[in-house]
Design a protein around this ligand. Structure first.
Ligand code: SF4
Length: 334
């Protein structure tokens, strides 16, 4: 879901066209198209067709090329095709041509045809065959039934077409499955007390920040704040705090890419691209934390600006109350 929130941010930031992630599941290809249409975005969508040889398929299957999905079933088929006299070349050109036809039939505005060591003639052949197959594109969907086990789908499955209905899947089960994290509940409570205008501690903290800013006390205050935040959030003292943007997960210490508008395209089954099967993506955790409270749309709250490095190693609390950081500017306090 967070990937779709990010897609909206990209369009809001000025993306003039969308290229789909590399994949071979017709339902996901259709989903991206339908999501844009339902969201009312009028940006062209370009389908990603990668001519898939066995070596690349095996790497994608092993998650060695983050963000690209090749299921066990597809890998087994490509492995079988290697036994053909041409070592599977015709089969992979046909697979690409079928994708071309399906994308054209769904309504994509164009395709990007890629691969390693491919020849111009092969690209021409894909376009020629794709155009010839396009009128029967619905009959080709069966060749791209590569759904991921427990994979995320935005829309309900349409068994008649093999694609999606226009109704969104009910994700209440995700709410029930989300764990209630005590640290999140405590953070929520204190954030509301301290950083919501109108709450008691907000006024007190703002007055203190104004009085001590620039004095020797600021240093002591900063050290105390930092110690607290290291213990709770593993804070790296960036001074432009993004905890509120990611359900109280620090992007500076817990995301190797320090992403403030994540998730990146590399997370796999909810795991961080850099630490697969070891560390969960913070955006997956944030979604689950927010979902438990029915507030997951907070991740859809617009673009978070890059960290302001002028504030590095300064008190993020004082920066907030004095209106210097991005959170206060968004809230309109100064
Ligand atoms: S976002 Fe910055 S200030 Fe906030 S916890 Fe992380 S490092 Fe500390």
């Amino acid at each position: 879901m967070a990937q779709y929130y990010k897609l909206k941010k990209k369009i809001a930031a000025g993306a003039q066209f969308i290229v789909t992630q590399l994949g071979y599941d017709a339902r996901k290809i259709h989903e991206a198209f339908l999501f844009l249409k339902q969201s009312g975005f009028n940006v062209p969508i370009v389908g990603n067709i990668y001519i898939l040889p066995y070596g690349a398929a095996r790497m994608m299957n092993n998650n060695e090329l983050p963000g690209s999905v090749v299921t066990d079933k597809l890998l087994a088929e490509i492995n079988q095709e290697r036994n053909n006299p041409d070592k599977g070349v015709k089969a992979r050109i046909m697979r690409a041509a079928r994708m071309y036809a399906i994308m054209k039939g769904i309504g994509f505005n164009g395709v990007h045809i890629g691969g390693h060591n491919i020849k111009y003639e092969q690209v021409e052949e894909i376009i020629r065959q794709g155009e010839a197959l396009a009128p029967q594109w619905t009959e080709l969907i069966k060749y791209f039934d590569y759904q991921m086990e427990n994979g995320f789908y935005y829309f309900e499955h349409d068994p008649k077409t093999g694609l999606n209905k226009e109704t969104q899947l009910n994700r209440q089960s995700a709410k029930a499955a989300a764990k209630l994290e005590i640290s999140y509940s405590i953070s929520r409570f204190f954030h509301m007390l301290m950083f919501d205008p109108g709450k008691k501690l907000y006024g007190v903290m703002k007055t203190i920040s104004r009085k001590i800013a620039g004095s020797i006390l600021e240093n002591i205050f900063h050290k105390l704040e930092h110690l607290t935040k290291v213990l709770i959030f593993d804070c790296k003292d960036c001074g432009d705090c993004a905890l509120i943007d990611i359900a109280y997960l620090c992007p500076m210490s817990q995301c190797p890419k320090n992403q403030r508008n994540g998730p990146c395209g590399g997370s796999y089954q909810g795991w961080c691209e850099v630490y697969p099967f070891k560390i969960q993506c913070i955006y997956v955790r944030a979604y689950a934390r927010l979902k438990k409270h029915g507030e997951e749309a907070q991740l859809d709250n617009g673009i978070v600006p890059p960290c302001n490095w002028d504030l590095n190693q300064t008190s993020s609390w004082i920066n907030f109350y004095l209106g210097k950081d991005h959170a206060s500017k968004r809230q309109g306090s100064s």
